[in-house]
Every structure is written in C-alpha cells, then in structure tokens.
Design a protein around this ligand. Structure first.
Ligand code: ACO
Length: 322
C-alpha cells in the first residue's frame, strides 16, 4: 500500500507584524531584516493557541481530503511550542475534532517536525495499520522568542499547517530520508520553562530560543543539498525531473544558496517567508497548502519536500502529488 497526500490545510493568526513594527522593539531595520532573511512580515498569535491553530489547519485539511474526523486512524503533531507539557497537542486536537478512533501523539524534531511526522505516518500506512493519518506542524514561536534579542526575534512567526496522508494504490510517497546529529544541539536550543527543579533551585527563569545563526546557516546549506541529492540518486532521477522543491522556510539566503549549489532555478523553490517568517515545524505544511490551494501543485508532479532544524535534525521526502 502507498500513501498519498490527499488534503492540505493551514491557518495563520490574524495579526501580521511588519519589520517596521519590530524596529520599534529592538535596534534593527526593515532593510537589514529583508536583505539577510527575505522576511517582511510574520503572523503573531494573540487569541489563538498552538492547539486552536492546529485544529483550524486540521479542519481545512480534512475538508480538502473529503473525509470526516471519524475516518482518522492517526494524528501526529510536530511542535516545539505546545501549550502544555501534557497531554500532547495531538490529544487535544483529537478531542476537539472528535476523531475518536485515532491514535494521537506529538513529535519534537523542531523545524523537521512535519517531515518526521510524515515519515511515521507513512510507515503506519505501509504496514496497513492506518488508512487516514492527520499530520500537523504548528508553532506559537512568539511565546518562546526573546523580544529583546534582535538576532532571533526578527526571524520567527506563528501558524499551523496540516496534511492528510491516505492509503492508496496510486503512487504517492516514494522515499523519505531522515537524520539527526545531537552533537549540534547547542547551536539552536530553548531551555524548558521548568528546567530548574523548584525543590533545589529558586531560579524560575524562562527559556527562549537561542541560536548560533552562522552555524545554522552553514549546517543548512551543507545538509539540505545532501538530502536532495540522496533522494535523486537513490531513484535514478535528475534535478530536472523534480517540479518543485518545497523546503523549510528559514531564510531566503539559505534557499538561494541551495539553488546555486544544485543548479535549481529559484522558480522551482517557492517561498512564503516574506509573509510568514520562519514558523519552524509549520513552515512546510503551510507552504504546501498555499501551493496546493493556488493550483501550483499539479496531479502527477514529482516534488521534494525537506525540513531541517534544531537537534540538529533533517528530513526529505520524494513524492508524487496526487
Ligand atoms: N538588525 C540589525 N543588526 C543585527 C540584527 C538585526 N536584527 N541581528 C544581528 N545584527 C548585527 C549583529 O549584532 C552583528 O553586528 P556586529 O558585526 O556589530 O557584531 C551583525 O549584525 C552581523 O551579525 P551576524 O549574526 O553575523 O549576522 P548574519 O549575517 O549571520 O545574519 C542571520 C544573521 C540572518 C540569523 C544569519 O546568521 C542566518 O541566516 N542564519 C541562519 C539561521 C536561521 O535562519 N535560523 C532560523 C531558525 S533555525 C531553522 O529554522 C533551521
């Protein structure tokens, strides 16, 4: 049995914060942010939570796949910004959707979270233990962003994206590769909000995203081309055979460098970080949904989807669009 992406959905909270808005908080400028990152605006959750955005994206994906919540066998949420330590975001989503027969759990693979969720759901479907899986990437990064640190607060945004993976005889996902290198954990991290044991320490300090930007940049421009080349070579394909490369939206300069290294025209590497910023695990499914709903993904297109991020983690999928 194969798995196909049978539906997509996404949700962005209504408040859109411009670079000029950020320049009122820290010493920066629209010009600096746009030149270094390709980001102009990002959405910020005020009324929404990680769960509410996940549910809104999920409902849109369920509708697009033309199934009902009761059809779901599996719900996996990729997130690093859950509202609660427990229960999982996926269980909250399950309850809200009424997806009573679904097994539900979260994965933490940072910006690769959606790819890791896709890989697990694909394995469930291939082993015939699941017919319809809901996979979600969702983040409220604004609550773990240090709004006094200009090195990071200009980068991130909030939102959620979802996809339904369904069992099918049609060709869908051909291959998924993943990797991790925990030795790079200190390059991008966020201390847990309850990291200090209250029994032994009075330090109640909050954790915020902390990043060694240049190291992450080097990691991304080295690892993502490897992920893409492995998928291409393992399947005896050429770069030209791929219609679109749907990559994690960290930063436009990363995408430009990948385009040059692999000789991929930039019109095959779509970007929406100008409007959304970097939404970590949500960036790939939000972009997939935007491409799907705007008709830029055609049935039979061969595409590569890839994520990379903290951990360090990375993952790539080669698939036919349904
Ligand atoms: N506005 C103005 N100046 C700034 C800002 C800002 N927002 N942020 C940093 N600077 C200054 C620094 O203080 C430094 O000044 P100095 O030379 O006087 O010390 C100067 O700009 C250069 O700082 P760098 O950190 O070296 O800037 P760099 O050119 O590396 O750009 C950036 C920073 C955009 C973060 C870059 O490192 C990058 O793209 N890294 C990739 C990481 C990334 O995209 N992470 C996203 C999350 S991870 C993920 O999704 C995988």
């Amino acid at each position: 049995m194969n798995s196909i992406i049978s539906g997509t959905g996404s949700y962005l909270p209504p408040i859109s914060m411009s670079n000029d808005d950020i320049a009122k908080l820290v010493t920066t400028s629209d010009e600096w942010i746009y030149e270094r990152t390709g980001i102009k605006r990002r959405h910020i959750a005020k009324e929404d939570t990680t769960v509410s955005m996940a549910v809104k994206a999920a409902k849109a994906a369920i509708e697009d796949a033309n199934i009902s919540a009761e059809d779901l066998d599996l719900i996996i949420v990729g997130t690093i910004s859950a509202d609660e330590l427990l229960p999982s975001t996926a269980c909250r989503v399950q309850a809200s959707l009424g997806a009573s027969k679904a097994v539900a759990f979260d994965v933490n693979a940072a910006c690769s979270g959606f790819l890791f969720a896709m890989s697990i759901a694909n394995a469930y479907i291939k082993s015939n233990t699941c017919k319809h899986a809901l996979i979600i990437g969702v983040e409220t990064l604004s609550k773990i962003t240090d709004w006094t640190d200009r090195g990071t607060c200009v980068l991130f945004g909030d939102g959620g994206g979802a996809a339904i993976l369904s069992a099918s005889q049609d060709k869908g996902i051909i291959q998924i590769n993943q990797g991790s290198d925990g030795r790079g954990g200190d390059k991008l991290y966020c201390l847990s909000r309850s990291n200090e044991n209250p029994y032994t320490s009075t330090d109640k300090g909050l954790g915020y995203i902390t990043m060694d930007g240049p190291s992450i940049f080097k990691f991304a421009i080295k690892q993502v081309p490897k992920v893409i080349n492995n998928l291409i070579n393992d399947n005896n394909l050429n770069i030209d055979d791929i219609s679109l490369f749907v990559l994690h939206q960290a930063n436009l300069r990363i995408l430009n460098t990948i385009s040059k290294r692999l000789d991929i025209p930039m019109d095959k590497i779509p970007a929406n970080m100008d409007e959304c910023g970097n939404t970590s695990a949500a960036s790939v499914p939000i972009l997939l949904d935007h491409l799907n709903k705007s008709g830029k993904l055609k049935s039979g297109d061969l595409i590569i989807v890839a994520g990379f991020g903290a951990g360090l983690t990375w993952g790539g999928a080669l698939l036919y669009w349904h």
